[in-house]
Design a protein around this ligand. Structure first.
Ligand code: FAD
Length: 380
């Protein structure tokens, strides 16, 4: 019998498992593939600020970064290389945005960079100190210490007499942390789209003094001797839709693996010359993204039942969130997008406090916000 059973052992599932276990709860985690075998294993995994004029989203990202960086440094410092990031202006992130922003930086011109390393190409950029690259597998394993882990493919949820029953296992509560996989219950207001991607780890004799980011990132030399280069953002070939949202390692990218690796290496080479380069491993995964950008956490609202009882919600009637209908003892943590390791611990802290102390979840992260949005939209 567990207090909490978490479905999905990525950054989201492992982080919430850790925070609940640390609060004295008995926790089990299940994943059909293993620990950090989905998007989390493919992640770079870079932790870096989001520059630009202050707005609600980059404030959230940068708050999460501050919290999570500190958290990882205490949790497992040997899984983290904190050497900052040099951001180089790109088409989708212009110089102005880097210059006029809420995050402190140092500007490095091309001469200064040449003095740091002769391998830098003719680039200039903005250096942010609070940035790192981490080892996702080591972090996820560490987060699961003190929790039980089962390799299982969960096909359905059965709730009977106040408990969820999965074969020989009973749990009082379930938390869905499924990433891009089909949700085990209907959450129509949380439309997850997969953004597939690839990262390569390489060996090089070049010393890379910090992480570098333009449209892709090149990591500093990590403690395991490799350098991560990532990541591509790929569409799925829609003529081969069969595994659109269920396969975390989809074979049907529009561009082949070879093309993506070549693109990554070429883009890395525009930033810094990597001598004696050798590709050692390729990682693939799919980020769970959502239109509203913000991740989603909290109790899962039963869309159909809530609207059956309160049809006037569709016309804008405000019903207190406690009066909506929810699946029993069922929570979600998902839609971490491209910053799953920045968000994981921060969201887990907020969600665990909500579960244990009934503190409020910020509106922009809540299931209720998305529920109301869909219920009130004209098409429904
Ligand atoms: C190529 C690439 C590069 C990235 N780079 C970065 C980066 O630099 N920095 C960063 O912070 N983030 C990065 N990300 C994003 C980050 O990886 C994700 O946001 C994060 O991993 C999402 O974690 P998750 O736990 O929600 O999902 P996942 O890691 O995908 O975990 C979900 C798990 O649920 C399991 N599961 C689903 N359904 C079931 C079921 N029914 N039964 C059993 N198990 C189930 C799956 O097997 C999977 O392991 C990158 C992602 C990709 C793909």
């Amino acid at each position: 019998m567990y207090d909490f059973l978490i479905i999905g052992a990525g950054s989201a599932g492992c982080s919430i498992a850790h925070f609940l276990q640390q609060n004295g709860k008995k926790v089990a985690v299940m994943d059909r593939e293993g620990i950090a075998a989905g998007a989390s294993g493919a992640a770079g995994a870079f932790l870096s600020p989001l520059p630009g004029k202050q707005n609600p989203y980059n404030t959230f990202v940068n708050d999460a970064l501050d919290f999570s960086m500190d958290f990882y440094q205490k949790l497992l410092p040997e899984a983290l290389d904190k050497k900052g990031v040099l951001r180089v202006a790109a088409d989708n992130f212009k110089q102005e945005k880097l210059k006029n922003n809420a995050v402190a930086y140092d500007y490095f011109d091309a001469d200064k960079l040449q003095n740091i390393s002769k391998n830098f190409r003719e680039i200039d950029g903005y250096f942010y100190e609070n940035a790192a690259v981490l080892d996702p597998l080591k972090i996820c394993n560490k987060l699961l210490e003190g929790c039980d882990f089962y390799t299982r493919d969960v096909r359905e949820l059965t709730f009977e007499n106040g408990f969820y029953i999965l074969e020989d296992i009973k749990a009082k509560n379930i938390i869905l942390a499924q990433g891009v996989s089909n949700s085990l219950v209907e959450i129509p207001y949380m439309q997850i789209s997969p953004i597939f991607g690839l990262r390569v780890d390489v060996k090089t004799t070049t010393n890379i003094p910090c992480n570098i980011h333009k449209s892709i990132s090149v990591s500093t030399n990590k403690q395991d001797g490799t350098v991560s280069i990532g990541a591509t953002q790929e569409r799925h070939d829609s003529s081969k839709m069969e595994c659109l949202t269920t396969c975390d390692k989809c074979a049907f990218y529009v561009n082949s693996e070879e093309v993506q690796i070549k693109t990554l290496l070429n883009q890395a080479d525009e930033l810094i010359e990597l001598e004696n380069l050798e590709v050692v491993k390729v990682y693939k995964g799919a980020r769970a993204s959502i239109k509203s950008y913000f991740p989603v956490i909290g109790k899962i609202v039963d869309y159909e039942k809530s609207l059956q009882i309160y049809p006037s919600i569709k016309n804008g009637t405000k019903i207190p969130i406690n009066s909506l209908l929810y699946y029993p003892n069922l929570y979600v943590i998902n839609a971490l997008g491209s910053r799953g390791f920045v968000f994981g611990p921060y969201l887990a802290k907020i969600l665990s406090e909500n579960i244990i102390n009934d503190t409020q979840i910020p509106k922009e992260l809540s299931t209720q916000k998305l529920f109301y949005k869909m219920a009130r939209s004209k098409s429904h």
